[in-house]
Design a protein around this ligand. Structure first.
Ligand code: NAD
Length: 431
């Protein structure tokens, strides 16, 4: 698609938006219901595409992709009428006897750029909220998950006129061309590095933007929680989708005297989940492409591997791997890992934990395993992070009542459920 086609597409969306045909709440609900029916019909095709792109196990695709999308449709179908209704606001003595309201208006035409790691869910969840809020969407899915991208085109094409929802396939060049056009809102999910490029492009038109980015998410273990359960929850969050989860625990910080027992328990849990050879397990995915595989392979160089380290480039298989205290200047620990490698550090004093978390400021997630409320609260309050969990990993993403997003290096803005409605609406105060 060249730049004049992109401009034409944007104009078609804008013209459609101005017809207000998608504005009545009952029309939006009708389309959400239609979308749900088509999704249910295409469920197996979605799993096949995710398997082709990432060798995702069916249950993982169901739980972490398909179900989250259906839940978002249900949430909007149930609540959009109430969320979108004008809200009365108490008057002020200064403007008495005025009646004050907040009116919600959709922004208009939204550009969405999505990543490859949850290529279905991370495209569909924000898209559902954006259209339910009355906007039109041009979606650019990741070129690295082409099978899922095809299914997205098919499903969305069956439900929406293309001037309401369009999918533009392509790589970074196409994304850059899309960013040259003026949109009413940009919603970007991907790396921090590209997030900065998106923010610069948006600044050109003062376009409001949500940036859902990455980072190094710490997992602190003080040894007061049952070691087996702690290890199970870390293993689940880390090796889900072969470690390619933005909120996966990136590294573990464990109190020195519990390091050996935690490592033993983590190895046991890895083998319980995927067997002694994860390559043969139906529950273990693969790395998205060779470029990312090579990055992970390079990350392993000169590291002290305590467990795993087996790889098969032909199959893009990268086994669950545990590393003992990687040097702080190694690539593994300098950048987000985004793969099935788990570094484990020990600490004696909480100030050491503070120091390392501060070094990778504003993680997207922070996890603490502790029974000591004071210790837990210390970290919840002292550090700035996108979201997190106490005595678990990843689960905060499941509750759509909890706004999801990063801060600083890990992004800006939030979504899921009502916060998606708030993100894609402009609030007009009227007296
Ligand atoms: P990426 O930034 O390489 O790509 C994401 C999207 O950006 C793709 O559609 C791609 O085509 C586009 N893109 C790539 N280069 C571009 C450029 N120069 N200009 C404009 N667009 C460009 O990210 P990725 O590798 O697909 O995803 C991995 C990263 O995303 C990780 O850092 C991960 O933590 C983060 N992530 C964050 C979330 C979240 O919800 N916060 C979710 C998933 C992934």
């Amino acid at each position: 698609m060249n730049s004049s086609m992109i401009t034409k597409l944007k104009e078609e969306h804008y013209r459609f938006f101005k017809t207000h045909k998608n504005q009545p709440i009952k029309v939006r609900i009708q389309y959400l219901k239609k979308l749900k029916i088509v999704l249910e019909e295409k469920e197996l095709e979605i799993y096949d595409a995710l398997y082709e792109d990432l060798k995702k196990p069916v249950f993982e695709s169901f739980a972490s992709e398909f179900l989250m999308v259906l839940k978002e449709i249900d949430s909007f179908t149930k609540n959009i009428k109430e969320w979108a209704a004008p809200k009365k606001v108490s008057g002020s003595l200064l403007n008495f006897p005025s009646q004050d309201f907040l009116l919600y208006e959709p922004y208009g035409t939204i550009l969405m750029i999505s990543p490859w790691n949850y290529p279905f869910q991370l495209a569909m969840v924000p898209l559902i909220g954006a259209i339910a809020t009355g906007n039109t969407v041009v979606l650019k899915p990741s070129e690295s998950a082409p099978n899922t991208s095809k299914v997205l085109i098919e499903i969305l094409g069956l439900v929406f006129p293309q001037e309401w929802v369009s999918v533009v396939e392509g790589d970074a060049k196409i994304a850059q061309a899309l960013l040259k056009v003026q949109w009413d809102y940009i919603f970007y999910t991907g790396s921090t590095q590209v997030g900065k490029i998106v923010a610069k492009a948006a600044a050109e038109f003062l376009t409001p933007t949500t940036l859902e980015l990455g980072g190094k998410s710490p997992c602190i273990v003080d040894g007061t929680t049952p070691i087996e359960k702690t290890a199970r929850r870390i293993v689940w969050g880390k090796f889900l989708n072969c470690g390619q989860t933005c909120i996966a625990p990136d590294y573990v910080l464990v109190k020195s005297e519990f390091k050996t027992s935690l490592i033993t328990a983590i190895i046991e849990e890895i083998e319980k989940a995927f067997g002694k050879n994860a390559q043969k397990s139906d529950d273990y995915g693969r790395i998205i492409h060779e470029k990312h595989f090579k990055k992970l392979e390079a990350d392993l160089k000169n590291q002290k591997i305590i467990y795993g380290g087996s790889i098969d480039k032909k199959e893009l298989y990268f086994g669950p791997t545990v590393i003992d205290s990687p040097p702080m200047n190694s690539s593994l620990i300098q950048d987000e890992i985004f793969g099935p490698i788990l570094p484990i550090y020990s600490y004696d004093d909480f100030r050491e934990v503070d120091e390392i978390i501060e070094k990778y400021k504003n993680p997207l997630a922070l996890y603490i395993f502790t029974k000591n409320i004071t210790f837990g609260e210390k970290f919840l309050h002292r550090h700035s992070f996108g979201g997190g969990a106490v005595n678990d990993t990843v689960v905060h993403i499941i509750n759509d009542g909890l706004p999801f997003g990063g801060i600083g290096n890990s992004g800006m803005g939030k979504y899921h459920g009502e916060s998606t409605f708030n993100t894609f609406s402009h609030f007009k105060p009227v007296s």
